[in-house]
Design a protein around this ligand. Sequence first.
Ligand code: FES
Length: 73
Amino acid sequence: MRMTIIQRGASPLYVCNCNGIREREVRAAIDAGATRPADVFRHKGCQAQCAKCVCEMRQMIQDNREALAFAAE
Ligand code: FES
């Protein structure tokens, strides 16, 4: 069966397939103060399973840090 994803505003992309955590949910966790992937999992009330998503979460956290530092200049 073929599925079609309809995108309405927010990104439907999943960062963590094991826990079903979407990109926008990772961003929300970062906005709420997450500074490492463990904080993102805690924010969502789950734990890392395979940990394949940890690198992408770290990159999103780092990108956010750099954007804030750039905005503060
Ligand atoms: S993809 Fe996130 S724990 Fe497996």
